[in-house]
Design a protein around this ligand. Structure first.
Ligand SMILES: *Cc1c(COP(=O)(O)O)cnc(C)c1O
Length: 408
């Protein structure tokens, strides 16, 4: 695939503006020699093409221009260019949601009869996709605890085609030894797909560690304002990229212009938001350790976290924007009092907003898991997951002080 640089993106845009002005809307004011400072929104599903040779050159040679928005559009291309810089990837596919990116990644690597090896602690919908959907197409998944290296080594002997892990797991924030697993998988010809949503490229760039595919739910911290649903899949292998792009178009996974436009608008502030939210998370985790109504604080940045050393090696000095606490008493009633407190932070089963939010894994992300499975993982009724925002730490602490005080 041909890479489109910023420079020729502007040429494409000029070309398009010219076409729109002259062919489609003769009454539209000309921009003359001026250029919009902000990326314009090209809310167009289809493009008018001047002649058949141009059509051929766009489709066959990848020359500048667009045909149909499900295949490509200017806002998607502008976003892809910017996102690829973040992960330093050769290609990317922007999808209508994070789940679209995971589906696209999986379908690019497996076919009927193949086996997948996945972490037991994946995002709930990903587990559901593997367990209930892909099985219908003859793709079977083996779920393994990635804390258990030996179990992974044994499972790899059955020659799976794809290994799926998350950089930081939900809600216990496990951090698997990514480099070790990538090396183990690739030594038996198994590709690796990493869901990097909790970490973001600010903390970890799995492609640089050798992963074949990386996805981010842009819905979360990268867009950051809870007003977008979008995902992206990254990779370096050109043949995998070609496959992923075809799947994106044919299955209809592509992201639409407006969501891409909104996300592009969020990118210049992403690094600042992520840094600030990570600092808040770390200080808040330390603060929770001294609160009598909190009996457990789970944060990879704390020394007592089982994966603290792995996290330090992988991330450096920051540990993400997610933390999990267990209330005292660890009951549904205590959690209900906590979220119903006056001026509480929003109870919203997502993450990555500019505002701090809390979620309740027992009834949201892990709602459909059996009691035994939840017990097995350590997900109790008192567990609350927190996604820190960019408010001042004092405001966040004041809210949590009130929320903890509301517990009997
Ligand atoms: C939210 C999320 C997804 C799915 O992303 P959507 O944009 O909601 O489809 C996948 N993985 C993780 C870890 C997530 O948090």
């Amino acid at each position: 695939m041909r890479t489109i640089t910023r420079h020729n993106l502007f040429i494409i845009l000029d070309h398009l503006l010219y076409q729109i002005e002259t062919t489609m809307f003769p009454g539209r004011p000309s921009l003359g020699d001026t250029t919009p400072v902000a990326m314009p929104l090209y809310q167009s599903a289809v493009y008018a093409i001047p002649d058949l040779d141009t059509l051929d050159s766009i489709i066959d040679q990848g020359d500048p221009g667009f045909v149909y928005a499900r295949d490509a559009h200017p806002n998607g291309l502008a976003l892809a260019n910017a996102l690829q810089e973040m992960h330093q990837s050769a290609w990317s596919c922007t999808t209508g949601s994070g789940m679209g990116a995971i589906s696209c990644g999986i379908m690019s690597c497996v076919k009927s009869g193949h086996q997948i090896l996945a972490s037991k602690h994946l995002y709930g919908r990903t587990t559901q996709l593997l367990k209930s959907e892909l099985i219908r197409y003859g793709v079977q998944t083996n779920f393994i605890d990635f804390q258990d290296l030996e179990a992974v080594a044994i499972a790899l002997k059955t020659k799976p085609k794809l290994l799926i892990i998350e950089t930081i797991s939900n809600p216990l924030l496990h951090v698997p030894k990514m480099q070790v697993f990538i090396a183990m998988a690739q030594s038996v010809g198994c590709r690796v797909l990493v869901d990097n949503t909790f970490a973001t490229p600010e903390l970890c760039k799995p492609l640089k560690l050798g992963a074949d595919l990386v996805m981010e739910s842009l819905t979360k911290m990268i867009s950051g304002h809870s007003d977008v649903t979008l995902g992206v899949l990254f990779g370096n292998d050109p043949s995998l990229g070609k496959q992923a792009k075809t799947i994106c178009s044919v299955y209809g996974f592509s992201g639409n212009p407006f969501e891409c436009w909104l996300t592009l608008r969020s990118l210049p502030t992403f690094e600042i938001r992520q840094q600030r939210a990570m600092e808040n998370a770390h200080r808040l985790a330390e603060w929770f350790c001294f609160q009598p109504k909190v009996q457990r604080v789970i944060y990879p940045g704390l020394k007592d976290h089982p994966d603290h050393e792995t996290s330090k090696e992988l991330f450096g000095v920051f540990f993400g924007t997610m933390l999990t606490i267990e209330l005292k008493p660890a009951t549904r009633q205590a959690v209900d009092q906590f979220i119903r407190a006056k001026d509480a932070v929003a109870f919203a089963p997502s993450l990555g907003d500019v505002h701090t939010t809390v979620s309740y894994p027992d009834l949201t992300s892990h709602r459909y898991e059996s009691v035994e499975s939840k017990q097995d993982q350590g997900i109790t009724q008192g567990l609350v997951r927190i996604s820190t925002g960019i408010e001042s730490l004092e405001i966040i602490k004041a809210k949590f002080t009130q929320m903890l005080a509301a517990i009997d």
